[in-house]
Design a protein around this ligand. Structure first.
Ligand SMILES: Cc1cc2nc3c(=O)[nH]c(=O)nc-3n(C[C@H](O)[C@H](O)[C@H](O)COP(=O)(O)OP(=O)(O)OC[C@H]3O[C@@H](n4cnc5c(N)ncnc54)[C@H](O)[C@@H]3O)c2cc1C
Length: 415
């Protein structure tokens, strides 16, 4: 990582989360001068990972698809992530709280070693930031919180200047907005979005269960929202299978009530909500709540600004696809940018950026509609629809080729 002296770059990546930091790593072997900025200080590895221990987990985890794993391998961070701890899950069970419908997926059915890996977000970002510290052409500038931007045109073309407080500013020919779901850049640049409130909050925490998770991810669809139990591993050399990360989507007032419960009361409610599939919940960590919104930018590109990851699309966490879609975005953007440079095009060439948008928008949109469909289908209380839903799940469970195709798509293998 270079020291921040110059304030002029070819590309500024705004946001050093999993998506923005991955893009910086993907562009490491180019001649491009890149700045990676974040409003928060990029934590040195030892600080954030020291807090994680055999009974202390990051409450935010991601189900990482095989395609995302491959990206992390390509940029040289997967071995470090896996050495810290990841839980490779080999099976997934999904069932309807209202009836007998269920569907299960297994890695052996599709001849893969695993369906995916559950990884704590802070392990991923720490490994990415460590990698960035080794890159010659990437300058990390933090804290830098974007307040405003202006487009500056001269005879050579145009560039964007980002301004932070206290007179700090930075310029680049292309700005990539990777600043998350509430992207300041997207708002400042007036990108139009289609968005709606799910009227659900996601409650997340870590729990210890009476029974072993058997490296299986579980999801129960309740009327008020899905409850997911994602298996965790305490260390790479420790096969204790009693810890899970949970994501419980529920009505906002229900989330408020859950936050107010004592640990014992919460554990009792949670055990029942999973129908005691893993026995009693014996321990649970601090609870956090995130409001859920679906949002999709109508365009991903406007002049010299391009959106990636959650800045472009936020999606219900029920299928664990959010960051996986963001990583597919930056893989496509990096390919188009390097291809464009090799073809002698400028960094913010509209043809190059339009190609990125074409490659990603339809794919993201179809995943978002699928999640919306699931959410609506499982919220239906009409008896006929519930019956059809249960029949449909059971029928899909028996249609092995279709089921396997669904799994391969979710794993990012057939995109
Ligand atoms: C409960 C829950 C569970 C989820 N589970 C999964 C899962 O299992 N699998 C999956 O694939 N996805 C999952 N997701 C989605 C996933 O977490 C997001 O898709 C992912 O974090 C988006 O990454 P990002 O880098 O685009 O944005 P973020 O992670 O939000 O990173 C944005 C970065 O930009 C910085 N920033 C923000 N504003 C500014 C500013 N003004 N100036 C400078 N920097 C700024 C922030 O500090 C941050 O570092 C889940 C989401 C939720 C809410």
């Amino acid at each position: 990582m270079a020291v921040a002296q110059t304030t002029e770059f070819d590309i500024v990546i705004a946001g050093a989360g999993m998506v923005g930091a991955s893009l910086a790593c993907l562009l490491a072997d180019t001649s491009l001068r890149i700045a990676l900025i974040d409003r928060l200080p990029l934590t040195p590895a030892s600080d954030s990972l020291e807090q994680l221990s055999s009974d202390k987990f990051d409450p935010r985890v991601s189900a990482i698809s095989q395609a995302s794993q491959q990206l992390f391998r390509d940029i040289g961070v997967w071995d470090g992530i896996a050495a810290k701890r990841v839980c490779n899950y080999q099976a997934m069970e999904v069932w309807d709280a209202e009836g007998t419908g269920s569907i299960s997926f297994s890695a052996t059915q599709i001849r893969e070693p695993e369906l995916g890996s559950i990884v704590e977000n802070s392990i991923i970002t720490t490994m990415l930031h460590n990698r960035i510290a080794q890159l010659e052409n990437v300058t990390a500038i933090s804290p830098f919180s974007i307040d405003s931007f202006e487009t500056i045109a001269d005879e050579w073309g145009s560039c964007v200047q980002l301004n932070a407080g206290e007179g700090q500013s930075i310029r680049a020919g292309l700005v990539v907005a990777a600043d998350g779901a509430n992207s300041k850049l997207r708002q400042l640049a007036h990108f139009e979005c289609r968005e709606w409130d799910y009227e659900q909050h996601a409650l997340v925490t870590t729990v210890r269960t009476e029974r072993e998770h058997l490296n299986t991810a579980r999801q129960r669809f309740l009327e008020t929202g899905p409850l997911a139990f994602l298996p965790l591993r305490v260390a790479q050399n420790d096969d204790d299978q009693h810890f899970c990360s949970i994501v419980w989507s529920m009505l906002p007032e229900q989330a408020e009530r859950m936050l107010a419960l004592s640990e014992a009361e919460f554990n009792t409610e949670l055990s029942a909500a999973l129908e005691f599939k893993l026995g009693e919940i014996q321990w649970s960590d601090k609870r956090f709540v995130f409001p859920l919104r679906q949002r999709h930018a109508i365009d991903y590109v406007k002049d010299n600004i391009v959106l990636v990851g959650d800045a472009a699309h936020t999606i219900h966490p029920l299928a664990g696809q959010g960051v996986n879609l963001g990583l597919l975005d930056v893989r496509a953007l990096a390919e188009e940018l390097t291809g464009g440079i090799q073809a002698g095009r400028s960094i913010a060439d509209s043809v190059v950026l339009a190609r990125y948008q074409r490659r990603r928008k339809g794919n993201n949109l179809s995943m978002m509609w699928l999640m919306e469909g699931f959410k609506r289908l499982f919220a239906q209380q009409d008896l006929g629809i519930r019956w059809l839903r249960n029949m449909g799940m059971n029928a899909a469970d028996k249609m092995t080729p279709i089921k396997n195709q669904m799994v391969r798509k979710a794993m990012g293998l057939d995109n």
